[in-house]
Design a protein around this ligand. Structure first.
Ligand SMILES: [Zn+2]
Length: 494
C-alpha cells in the first residue's frame, strides 16, 4: 500500500506549543486527566439483540467478532470537568445521553458528559430501527440499561482518578485513497485526522489517554456479517492502546453524504475482517505518528457550552416512525406541548390522507449542540451525520482526491452553482486544532446542504429520486441544516 503520508499530499501537520507567560504561571491551572473503558459486549447466551445498520432485515448475531466498549477521557482544570465518552454503537438519542447524565449524577454546571457514538454498524440496535421485522424495534431494554449504567459507573470511577498530565494535540490531512471514499456526488472527503493525547506529568512515558477523530462510516463489516463487531474503530483503539497504553477514545467526524470505507469486500466476512484490520491499523499508525511529533499545550481552562434546539420533523418516513421516535425523542407540537401517543399514530395517517401536513402542524423534537474548549483546542458536537461539504466546502474539487467531482451519467447531479459559498463550519471554529464530532449527544440522521436536497415528490420521501439521493430518506428534513448552522454561528461568536 502506498505511503499515505507521502509528498503527494501537502501535509499540514499542525502541532504547536503555547508558552506559558510568567504572569499566567502564578495562577496557572493544571490539566487533570483520567481515561478508561467499560466492556459493553452483549451476552448473546442470555440476551436477544439485533444488529443495527443496513436494511432492516432482522440480523440476529451468531457470535462476537470483536468486543464493544464505552471509552471515556476526562479532562479537568480543577474547576470544570468534561468527560468525552465514545460508545461502540450505531447511535444514541438525546434521551439516552440524558439518562447517562442522570445515572452518573453529571447534571450540574461544573461537569459535562459529551457522549458520541462511534456509529459502528454490526452493533446492537440502539435506535429502534432494526428489529426482527421492518418497523419493529430491535432495542433490548436490559442491554440499553446496562450500557447507560456502564457509562455512568465508568465516568464516576475515572472522576476519582484524575491525575496531573501533559497535553499534546495535533491534526493533519491524510490522503484517504484506499481508506475512505465518498459514495455521493460531489466527492468531498474530509481528510482531517485529529489526535489529542495526555501523558502523565509524573511519568512522562506513561500515556493516560488518547483521542482520535476521523471521518468514515464504520461499516467495513457489511450486511453479510452476522457477528457483533466494533468495526475499524475497535481495531484503531486496540492498536493505539497496545502501542501507547492508556485508553483510546474514537470520535466519528463528518461522515454524511456518504463517507464509506474504500475497501474490497469480495470474499465476504473473512475478507472484510482483513480490510477492517487494515483500515483501523493504518489510521491508528498515522495518529500515533503525528501525536509523537506534537509539542505540549500549556495548562489552560476547560469550558463547555451546550444549547437545546427545536427541529421540525419533515421527513414522511420519520413521521411514520413517530411511535418509535417517541422512544428516542419526545415529540412536541408547535407550542412545545408533548404529543400524546394517539397523535403519534394520527399524524402519519394524516400525512398519508392529506399530504402534506401543514407546516405549523409538523411535530418537533429537541436536540442538543455542544462546544467544549480545552484551552486552545475546540470540540464541536453535531447531533447527527453532517455532510463533509458543510464542514469544509470542497465544491470546486479540493477534496476529491483524484475521483471525478461528479460522476458522468449521474441522473440527478448536484447543481454546484447553487452550493453554499462559505465560510464553512470548520473555518468558523477558528481553532488550530478544531474537532467536529458527529453523532454527538443525539442522532437526527443526515444533515445535508439544502441546494441538493431532492426528493421525488414535494415532501413525500418515498420513493427516492434516482441517483445519489439516498440520504434525503434518512434525514429529519431540510430545515435542520439552517437551524444548526445558525446556532453554531451564534455559539462560536460568543
Ligand atoms: Zn450513517
Amino acid at each position: 500500500m502506498r505511503n499515505r503520508l507521502s509528498a503527494a499530499l501537502a501535509l499540514s501537520t499542525i502541532s504547536f506549543f503555547l508558552a506559558a507567560s510568567g504572569a499566567a504561571a502564578a495562577a496557572r491551572p493544571v490539566w487533570l486527566v483520567a481515561a478508561g473503558k467499560a466492556d459493553i459486549t452483549p451476552d448473546l447466551a442470555h440476551e436477544t439483540v439485533w444488529l443495527a445498520g443496513f436494511g432492516a432485515d432482522g440480523r440476529k448475531p451468531t457470535g462476537i467478532q470483536s468486543h464493544l466498549y464505552a471509552r471515556a477521557l476526562l479532562v479537568s482544570d480543577g474547576r470544570k470537568t468534561v468527560a468525552l465518552v465514545a460508545v461502540d454503537t450505531i447511535g444514541l438519542y438525546r434521551r439516552d445521553v440524558m439518562d447517562m447524565r442522570r445515572a452518573a449524577g453529571w447534571t450540574g454546571p461544573d461537569r459535562y458528559l459529551f457522549v458520541s457514538a462511534t456509529h459502528s454498524h454490526s452493533t446492537p440496535d440502539s435506535l429502534g430501527l432494526w428489529g426482527r421485522f421492518p418497523g419493529v424495534s430491535g432495542v433490548n431494554e436490559q442491554y440499553r440499561h446496562d450500557v447507560i449504567t456502564a457509562v455512568a459507573d465508568l465516568v464516576n470511577r475515572l472522576d476519582k482518578k484524575l491525575a496531573p498530565a501533559r497535553f499534546y494535540a495535533a491534526e493533519t490531512d491524510v490522503n484517504p485513497r484506499g481508506l475512505c471514499r465518498d459514495s455521493r456526488d460531489p466527492v468531498v472527503i474530509d481528510p482531517e485526522l485529529d489526535v489529542l493525547q495526555f501523558r502523565s506529568l509524573a511519568r512522562p512515558s506513561k500515556t493516560i489517554g488518547t483521542l482520535v477523530r476521523w471521518s468514515c462510516h464504520p461499516e467495513v463489516m457489511w450486511d453479510d456479517n452476522d457477528e457483533v463487531s466494533a468495526d475499524y474503530p475497535g481495531v484503531l483503539c486496540r492498536t493505539v492502546e497496545k502501542k501507547t497504553g492508556g485508553a483510546c477514545v474514537f470520535q466519528s467526524g463528518v461522515i454524511g453524504g456518504l463517507l464509506t470505507p474504500d475497501v474490497d469486500r469480495k470474499g465476504g466476512p473473512p475478507q472484510e475482517i482483513k480490510e477492517m484490520n487494515r483500515v483501523g491499523t493504518a489510521v491508528a499508525d498515522d495518529a500515533l505518528r503525528i501525536i509523537g511529533k506534537a509539542q505540549s499545550i500549556a495548562p489552560a481552562s476547560v469550558s463547555f457550552s451546550s444549547r437545546t434546539l427545536v427541529i421540525p420533523v419533515e421527513n414522511s418516513r420519520y413521521l411514520l416512525l413517530l411511535p418509535h421516535l417517541t422512544y428516542g425523542h419526545r415529540v412536541f407540537d408547535k407550542n412545545g406541548k408533548p404529543l400524546s401517543k394517539w397523535m403519534t399514530y394520527w399524524i402519519p395517517l394524516k400525512q398519508l390522507l392529506f399530504f402534506p401536513i401543514p407546516k405549523p402542524q409538523e411535530p418537533r423534537v429537541k436536540t442538543e449542540i455542544a462546544l467544549v474548549k480545552l484551552g486552545p483546542v475546540k470540540i464541536l458536537g453535531v447531533p447527527g451525520e453532517l455532510f463533509p461539504e458543510l464542514a469544509i466546502g470542497g465544491y470546486h474539487g479540493r477534496y476529491r482526491f483524484g475521483h471525478p467531482l461528479v460522476k458522468p451519467g449521474n441522473p440527478n447531479p448536484p447543481d454546484l452553482a447553487k452550493a453554499p459559498k462559505g465560510p464553512y463550519l470548520r473555518q468558523e471554529l477558528h481553532a488550530r486544532v478544531g474537532i467536529i464530532v458527529g453523532l454527538a449527544n443525539d442522532e437526527l440522521g443526515y444533515i445535508m446542504p439544502n441546494y441538493d436536497f431532492k426528493i421525488s415528490r414535494t415532501r413525500l420521501m418515498l420513493p427516492r429520486l434516482p441517483g445519489d439521493h439516498y440520504e434525503e430518506t434518512n434525514s429529519i428534513g431540510p430545515s435542520v441544516t439552517g437551524i444548526l448552522l445558525n446556532a453554531y454561528k451564534k455559539m462560536l461568536a460568543r
